[in-house]
Design a protein around this ligand. Sequence first.
Ligand SMILES: [Zn+2]
Length: 89
Amino acid sequence: MKICTKNHHHWSLLDSLPLDKNGFGRYKCAGCAYEKGYQAGENREETFNIDLDSLHETQSGSAQYKSPHAAFAQGYYDGISNTYSNECS
Ligand SMILES: [Zn+2]
């Protein structure tokens, strides 16, 4: 699996996520997990698979050791919230 080269490592929104220092997820890019969750949220998917194997490996920076599960959930929430705010405007 390729190491992530996207520039989302320093997203401040990842700062508050819990750490996953010992789990399998510590090697995975929380930024990519967030984006994947966000997509699922925007599509209001009712079933989804985080599929850690499909995520890039984390490089360094704030996304390192962040829980990709939590990042996915945060992204999903933000994606869902975005669809509602669009309806209100
Ligand atoms: Zn990434």
